[in-house]
Design a protein around this ligand. Structure first.
Ligand SMILES: Cc1ncc(COP(=O)(O)O)c(C=O)c1O
Length: 462
């Protein structure tokens, strides 16, 4: 084919990736003094910022000789990376096999099939190491398929590199660096680590803020260094139940936690009141940015990355029946939240400093008749929890047990929620973990155990 192109044309769809607009939010963030701007990535040709990732993963694999003519690209994807890869594969003649968790929307699955990809669906509610998990299934397919290339966005440096080479410089050029804070959802970490590295190299004062859904383990890990129990949630594309090597947590300045309901309500607002036809994790990112803005002493310019399109969630977030049947449209939602449970139960939050000992903890737990004790670090922020069993273990195994510092004992066998978390979700969380910490920003609001939930539900029924 001739190399010469008609004026105004590009050679193929990969040349149409990028160049997405940055738009000011005018209505949904009216009550914060900071200016919030959004980078609208659904304007990419396959519908998300992962087009940039798909292109770079394939370019890198070709250059390293891992992918050649007739090859098959295999990937574990929540849909967007798959679409990016599938579009580039369609242009270059590769086959694709994608493994997806079962919670992903039908629109995403259909889009991948439309590009000619094969899609294998796996259960969400299993550990990453389980042979049925979508990570394990992808690995097995790679082993069984001749000429397969495993794109492996969770551990492939070409993922964050795509944002370092494409999204980051594009944003810098568009804005001339005229922003103070960059906010993005935390999935593989490609966006935050890649853009973040670029921005920090340009201006170390740019603040990087990650947004993590309740149920994921990032938030608690960043705040306390503990790997707690992950549990399932509905928002797609962000949050993890393991630590991908593509996520560089060291460059983050802060992490904000959001719950499904606030993500989805904001997503609908962004479409209805700003005309931005974006998807669920965009609602999450904007809610996270607003929460962060509320913590600032003076107004800042905040730039938020919006990964994908509402098109992919029409049957869910934009469908009232789906929203209602999952409890996201309850008018009396306050009645069904953790805040309501805490209020109904009453009582103060009992804590212990991490420098105190097992002896101190036994005293506190006995005098307040409690079985779990959250621990606070020297700055007064929660940094873990000890339970009766932890104390028992240390006394049985260790002669000087009574003098052991609580900081040595705190374990990760708890989950973290916010006051806005729905009680319906709490029931699932307790099947995996023995206690739940309720936090709001850095503040500890309470501790809940199964008996609190049982009491609450029993009193509702009488
Ligand atoms: C819809 C959506 N939002 C956010 C993310 C998170 O981006 P990253 O993987 O770069 O952390 C993803 C990743 O798949 C996504 O699909």
């Amino acid at each position: 084919m001739t190399e010469k192109l008609m004026k105004g044309a590009v050679a193929d769809m990969t040349r149409a990736i990028g160049g997405t607009p940055i738009v000011r939010l005018n209505r949904v963030a009216e009550d914060v003094t900071s200016e919030i701007y959004v980078k609208v990535e659904y304007m990419n040709p396959a519908g998300s910022m992962k087009d940039r990732v798909g292109l770079n993963l394939i370019r890198d694999a070709e250059e390293r000789g891992m992918l050649g003519p007739g090859g098959t690209i295999v990937e574990a994807t929540s849909g967007n990376t798959g679409a990016g890869l599938a579009m580039v594969a369609a242009i270059r003649g590769y086959k694709c096999i994608f493994v997806m968790p079962d919670k992903m929307s039908a629109e995403k699955v259909d889009a991948l099939r439309a590009y000619g990809a094969k899609v294998v669906i796996c259960p969400t509610a299993v550990e990453p190491s389980d042979p049925r998990s979508y990570y394990s299934t992808a690995r097995r397919i790679v082993e069984e398929t001749p000429g397969a290339f495993y794109a492996n966005q969770y551990h492939n440096p070409a993922n964050p590199e795509s944002h370092f080479l494409s999204t980051g410089p594009e944003i810098w050029e568009q804005t001339q660096g005229d922003f103070d804070v960059f906010v993005a959802g935390m999935g593989t970490g490609g966006t935050l680590s890649g853009c973040g590295r670029y921005f920090k190299e340009k201006n170390p004062d740019v603040q990087l803020v990650g947004v993590d859904p309740i149920g994921s383990l990032y938030y608690e890990y960043v705040k306390t260094g503990r790997l707690t129990k992950a549990f399932s949630y509905y928002v797609e594309g962000i949050g993890e139940d393991f630590l991908p090597s593509t996520m560089n947590l060291d460059i983050l300045d802060d992490v904000v936690q959001v719950d499904d309901k606030e993500c989805f309500m904001m997503n609908r607002e962004l479409v209805r009141r700003e005309g931005i036809f974006c998807g669920g994790s965009c609602g999450a990112a904007v809610v996270g940015a607003i929460k962060y803005a509320r913590t600032l002493k003076e107004p800042k310019k905040i730039l938020v990355l919006l990964p994908d399109s509402a098109q992919k969630y029409l049957s869910k977030i934009f469908n009232d029946d789906w929203m209602r049947s999952n409890g996201f449209l309850d008018e009396d939602a306050v009645e069904g939240t953790v805040a309501h449970l805490l209020k109904a139960r009453g009582g103060e939050v009992i804590t212990a400093p991490s420098s105190s000992t097992v002896r101190d903890a036994i005293g506190v737990m006995k005098s307040h008749s409690i079985s779990q004790l959250p621990i606070l670090d020297e700055r007064g922020r929660h940094c873990g929890m000890v339970a009766e069993l932890d104390l028992l273990n240390v006394l049985m195994e260790n002669e000087g047990g009574l003098d052991t510092k609580l900081s040595e004992l705190a374990d990760g066998n708890y989950a973290t929620v916010t006051p806005g978390t729905r009680i319906a979700l709490l029931k699932n969380i307790f099947s995996d973990t023995k206690a739940v910490l309720v936090t709001e920003g850095d503040e500890l609001r309470g501790v809940l155990t199964k008996i609190d939930l049982i009491d609450y539900l029993a009193s509702e029924k009488t």
